[in-house]
Design a protein. Structure first.
Ligand SMILES: Cc1cc2nc3c(=O)[nH]c(=O)nc-3n(C[C@H](O)[C@H](O)[C@H](O)COP(=O)(O)OP(=O)(O)OC[C@H]3O[C@@H](n4cnc5c(N)ncnc54)[C@H](O)[C@@H]3O)c2cc1C
Length: 500
């Protein structure tokens, strides 16, 4: 029987990060992926030669000494990732449709603060206080310095208070509150539910500078695949764990894989959705309270997505990579509420993408969506959806296309829709239980599923563990690796890649 030091379940960015960290620190790794290809939410798809991003679209933190930059350096793949900074005028705009108000968000924390002070001169103190609090959270978050990460960092005061409470204490101006919480859409938890600290930790990269990556998530997949060649990492796609075997004294000795093979291991780390973890681990070894805690997690929102491109000869002149968020009103709590049935927010991303020496003017649009909206067809699978679903999809595509062309009248004749995806599409392609974009909602005071499970050589990491998005998913893997690798060796490994 083959024996591995580490089995990693799931090959999204957290699984890839963990595989590389553990292998670079001497472990023999088996990476299991249920889908036919690796990458999870990083993957791209192509329609008529045009590349589209499935999940991951943009990030931040490509600033000296910020965590994203540091993580890529330690992994040795920074030089393979080419950031495209959205730092031009009008690169990042919030449009409050009911007020006819357009806010431009520049790059840089100080610049965002100054710009908002310009828009809301009567709210200067509130705005300054908000950005000072964000900066303070980042300074006092130990895991944002890779040299200091640990399993159970001391929580800070802002971990216990919701973003909403902080905003309410700073200002009565509803539009300003919305402007300061638009990034909740980038992690799928309402301002009333997320802690101020986690909102700050996710948003800081966006305040620094919204950043696309050349070739999208595929660039990460390529970089990891290249780096894997130097290490003993075995990848098996179309494969998962069917059963845990040989359990003694709280330790699992072997697993039966879905292809019928049995493998032995020292530790196994799940980087998949917590509900998917529950399907694999043997129930009798866990308490009722543990089970109920995990089952009580709520999904973050997903997206209804339209994938398209601008075509024709006149396009290139004004086309710049950008993001515009259309907000029908200024209550983000309502816009992220599954029961809300009014007009949704819409994020429109424009980017220049290359494939086979051709450049495409890609325009994708994302409306927050909730599983409730597709629940009537939840038993159907890709390629076999009922008419009701097809009608729902058609109607939603039409409405999004109308909004795109309403906002960009210059694209009236040149926007071409290539594909669309509902939460069911995301569920079925990404092997997530509910098609949510960011795993579970990370609510203030919630105890996520992270780290060691009651079976002591099983661990969990991933986007639902510490922070959502690719940054949070990677960070969770750095923390787990630190727990598994000899402490001094890991410190040396990290320090040798980081600036003093
Ligand atoms: C539409 C959309 C837009 C997004 N936009 C952004 C963005 O702009 N910026 C950002 O930072 N984040 C964004 N995200 C979120 C981001 O993509 C995720 O937070 C991150 O990529 C998750 O990484 P992960 O490794 O934790 O999980 P995943 O990428 O979901 O990887 C999990 C992997 O595990 C596999 N798997 C599942 N079950 C099993 C099993 N039983 N056995 C084996 N393998 C299994 C899956 O197939 C998948 O490959 C977006 C997500 C979506 C869906």
């Amino acid at each position: 029987m083959e024996r591995y030091n580490s089995i990693i379940v799931g090959s999204g960015i957290s699984g890839l990060t963990l595989a590389l960290l553990l292998a670079a620190n001497g472990r023999k790794v088996l990476l299991l992926e249920k889908a036919p290809i690796i990458g999870g939410c990083l993957s791209r798809f192509y329609k008529k030669g045009v590349p589209f991003d499935t999940g991951f679209h943009f990030t931040g933190g490509f600033v000296k000494n910020r965590i994203m930059e540091d993580m890529l350096r330690v992994l040795g793949i920074r030089d393979s990732i080419h950031p495209i900074l959205l730092d031009k005028e009008r690169s990042n705009r919030f449009i409050f449709e009911n007020e006819g108000l357009s806010l431009e968000m520049p790059a840089g924390l100080e610049q965002c603060c100054a710009k908002l002070e310009n828009y809301f001169p009567a709210q200067r103190v509130a705005i300054r206080n908000y950005f000072e609090m964000v900066e303070r959270v980042i300074q006092s978050t130990p895991s944002f310095d890779l040299r200091k990460i640990s399993f159970s960092p001391e929580p800070i005061e802002e971990d216990y208070i919701s973003l909403q409470k902080v905003l309410d204490s700073l200002t009565q101006n509803q539009t300003l509150k919305a402007a300061l919480s638009v990034y909740c859409m980038c992690y799928g938890t309402k301002p009333s539910e997320i802690s101020f600290a986690n909102h700050a930790r996710v948003s800081i990269g966006f305040y620094d500078c919204l950043t696309r990556i050349k070739d999208g998530g595929e660039a990460f997949i390529r970089a990891f695949s290249q780096a894997f060649k130097n290490y003993p990492i075995m990848i098996r796609c179309n494969t998962t764990i069917q059963e845990c075997l040989d359990i003694h004294d709280g330790i699992v000795g072997r697993v039966l894989l879905s292809d019928g093979e049995e493998v032995a291991f020292d530790e196994c780390i799940f980087t998949i959705h917590p509900f998917e973890v529950l399907k694999i681990i043997p129930k009798q070894h866990f308490s009722k309270a543990f089970w109920e805690r995990v089952e009580s997690f709520e999904p973050s929102n997903g997206f209804f997505s339209v994938f398209g491109a601008i075509e024709g000869e006149k396009v290139a002149d004004n086309f710049e990579p950008s993001i515009v968020s259309l907000l029908p009103h200024s209550d983000i709590n309502i816009l992220l509420d599954p029961k809300y049935i009014g007009p949704q927010a819409l994020a429109i991303f424009q980017s220049l993408e290359c494939a086979k020496d051709k450049t495409f003017h890609v325009l994708n649009a994302f409306e927050p969506s909730f599983f409730e909206q597709v629940a009537p067809w939840s038993n159907s699978k890709v390629g076999h959806r009922p008419q009701g679903y097809t009608d729902y999809k058609k109607q939603r595509v039409q409405s999004i296309c109308n909004r795109i062309q309403g906002f960009f009248p210059e694209y009236k004749d040149s926007f071409r829709m290539y594909d669309a995806a509902s939460m069911l599409t995301f569920r079925d392609y990404l092997f997530s239980p509910d098609g949510s974009a960011y795993g579970i909602k990370q609510k203030v005071g919630q105890f996520n599923l992270f780290g060691k499970l009651p079976l002591r050589n099983l661990y969990t990491a991933g986007q639902s563990a510490v922070l959502p998005g690719i940054l949070g998913a990677m960070l969770s893997s750095f923390v787990i690796a630190r727990a598994l690798v000899d402490k001094d060796a890991y410190n040396n490994f990290i320090n040798k890649s980081l600036c003093p």
